[in-house]
Design a protein around this ligand. Structure first.
Ligand SMILES: Cc1cc2nc3c(=O)[nH]c(=O)nc-3n(C[C@H](O)[C@H](O)[C@H](O)COP(=O)(O)O)c2cc1C
Length: 171
């Protein structure tokens, strides 16, 4: 019996590739997670954002171990989550870069000492309750201290492109 194909399909490397391909087909929200280093704002585009059960009100964000924002969160134990609206893909691209100048020309203000971008769909400020090992990422568990939301369309990321949600009534 030729088991070579079975072996290749089941090998760890192939599983990782298939996992990445499968996950890329799922729609995620797009956020800019922010922190404040003294009076310098910093932010990073993050699609690995989710909510946990309501009591207590908690969210998760997964940050790459090499992320400058993660280093800031480790120090300050606080972060903000700016959930982007469907017309804000330019901000998603801007904050996906490396560097200390990402806020140049961007409209924002400090909310509870954290950088809040103007015109986002939802704003959350969080205390970092725990930083959990997640392989090449660290999962920050955030205890929500404030939330503000406006009923607009969210920005989504799916199959490596930006879009938004349309409910079935629009079919
Ligand atoms: C659509 C999109 C989603 C992303 N999601 C994440 C994510 O969930 N976690 C993460 O650590 N990086 C994510 N990134 C990559 C970071 O934004 C990028 O590595 C950034 O340069 C990190 O900046 P920093 O080192 O200043 O934190 C995403 C990028 C894009 C374009």
């Amino acid at each position: 019996m030729d088991t070579s194909k079975e072996h290749v399909v089941g090998s760890p490397a192939t599983l990782a590739v298939r996992f990445r391909q499968a996950m890329a087909t799922l729609c995620t929200p797009v956020t800019v997670v922010t922190g404040m280093d003294g009076d310098r704002p910093h932010g990073t585009t993050v699609s690995a954002f989710g909510s946990l059960p309501m009591d207590p009100t908690m969210v998760t964000v997964a940050l790459d171990r090499g992320s400058a924002l993660l280093a800031m969160v480790r120090r300050t134990r606080r972060f903000g989550v700016n959930v982007l609206g469907s017309d804000q893909s330019d901000l998603a691209l801007r904050f996906a870069r490396k560097g200390t100048d990402k806020f140049v020309g961007v409209e924002w203000h400090a909310a509870e000492g954290l950088p809040r971008l103007t015109g986002t769909q939802t704003w959350l400020s969080c205390d970092a309750a725990e930083l959990v090992d997640g392989g090449d990422h660290v999962i920050a568990l955030g205890l929500v201290t404030e939330i503000d939301t406006v009923p607009t369309s969210p920005l989504t990321y799916c199959a490596r492109s930006f879009g938004t949600h349309l409910d079935h009534e629009h079919d």
